[in-house]
Design a protein. Structure first.
Lengths: 128, 128, 128, 128, 128, 128
């Protein structure tokens, strides 16, 4: 029998992100929105990141492109996805290039804010 | 001596897009905005697409991700960049996967509108 | 055993929208994006609209508010959701009031474009 | 004689929000933008919230939906409107459900940022 | 006694735009949203365009800048405001320059879509 | 021979902004994105601000309009451009009027956030 999307998402998160991601989300959000953690794992990881047809690294860089042009209100998600991109094998250079290219499509402010977020993540990792 | 950004952009456009792209833009826009065509070639192609550090295909897929989440008002640009993506070696599958993943970040309407645009481009090519 | 989110979404769509919605989506999108129809039904209807804690009509009006401020690129989705709102028991007046209030938050252009879309839907229904 | 929109807005604010809202706004903004406070009261409350055809609670939840999808730059306004929504009779559950549903239309980052703002407001109230 | 904002808006529209603007808006929208025409005239013209401190032409060019970066979904409003800008004394050149500068802040797609809208308005006027 | 866009941008920045702007940008960003500083100076100042056809002050006010409606994620850029606007001869009143007018097009939250940013800049200057 095929695995459900929820199970696929759980497997993807355990292998690629953090084994306890659903638990962390659940502690933070499920009291307010029942099943939010389960729902997010199923949708984002079970229905998207685990799909075939596009490799994980390119998926991550596309996410970074999108979060950059969506503007600084997505800075928290951009940070997390820069970390996920490094883990998926993208280099700092590839991440920076992806963000800077967005100056063409989303304008300079979005690209500069994105670079500032990337610098913050890279510098935090270096001081660890 | 280093090539200027303008020259790099012209070389990139000639090799990868259309040899007369600057001319087409010039005829359409330079009467209204002097040097618009030159400026666009320099900035988009000479300062971005010809850069090192990220391959052409990934650059194109990131562009598609960005144009998808920016919403349907960028449909004309999304169309052009789907064509450019195919030319850069991306498969239809990779393009469709990129667009659909944006449902997570930009919402379902943006992703569905993006898929509709992709279908239009793919179907137009098949009937050629 | 609890119903899966996918099953809940299918039941919701069958009872409240169109019995063949998944099929229609599948014919249009699954060739390009495998399982897109299933995924949309699961996420939008199984994970959101069928939730407890907020009645269907209010959910629909909130959707209309969101699609209005997101701008005209969501006009196709706004149309569909105006129809769904009427079906959920919202009156034309409530729908129009929801859209117009968005002038405060998303600006006049978004609200006026939203009213134009609503007029189109209402007039199409009257001439049926 | 009909009340002017300005008078209606003043009455609405006095009854439903804060009796001195116009004064607070005036002290903050009128030095920079003469009559800003009067203008805001007239437009937002006299021309929108006091309208017939949609109850106050639904109006507030629609506002929350809009502010959520508009992104985190509206976090200050989202906070204020979560407070206004509670005062209009909406439950925490209804507010959280409204925000989470926006994941479908505005994407996960907007919804998660919205939930974070709601948690902040709810927690601040509990510690009072 | 001071004129009300509504009266100021009516005077501004009559002198600078069209004497029957409120009537046109009323015929189109007031059936759906009672007093929408009055409300729009009061807010946009009585509370904004008639203000002191910034000349009409600069106000109009700022509006064009905003509508350009907000994206193509505001094309109908951009058209109307290009016409209003010409009437307020702005040249075609100033309008085109304003739109093109937005490539820096809103990205190339928004600027190109804006130029396309301007070309359409200018060409329609030339063929009259 | 015509000056290159890069040279024009450098001259513009030296005369109107800060003589060492490219250096500051370079120290911050060029390690991550080679030539970012050069590219930004060329595009923003050499290809846009130094253009003929629209005076510097109006260009700046249009930039403020755009950054206001793009939302609070552009607050850092709005701050810088309010300073540039004052330097280009715009008064505080003109800047505040430009921002407030955006309530019509981008909604009240964007305008209020913009006014808050302006107040911050003006107050910081007064305490110097």
């Amino acid at each position: 029998m095929d695995k459900s999307a929820l199970q696929k998402g759980r497997d993807y998160a355990a292998q690629n992100l953090a084994p306890n991601l659903e638990e962390i989300l659940g502690e933070r959000y499920d009291g307010l929105v029942p099943d939010m953690s389960e729902s997010l794992i199923e949708w984002a990881y079970g229905r998207h990141y685990c799909r075939e047809g596009l490799d994980a690294k390119t998926r991550q860089l596309c996410t970074i492109a999108a979060l950059t042009v969506l503007g600084g209100h997505t800075a928290p998600q951009l940070k997390i996805n820069i970390e996920h991109s490094l883990r998926s094998g993208a280099s700092k250079k590839e991440i920076a290039e992806t963000i800077w290219q967005m100056a063409v499509y989303g304008g300079l402010p979005a690209a500069i804010n994105g670079l500032n977020t990337a610098k913050e993540v890279f510098e935090a990792q270096e001081t660890q």
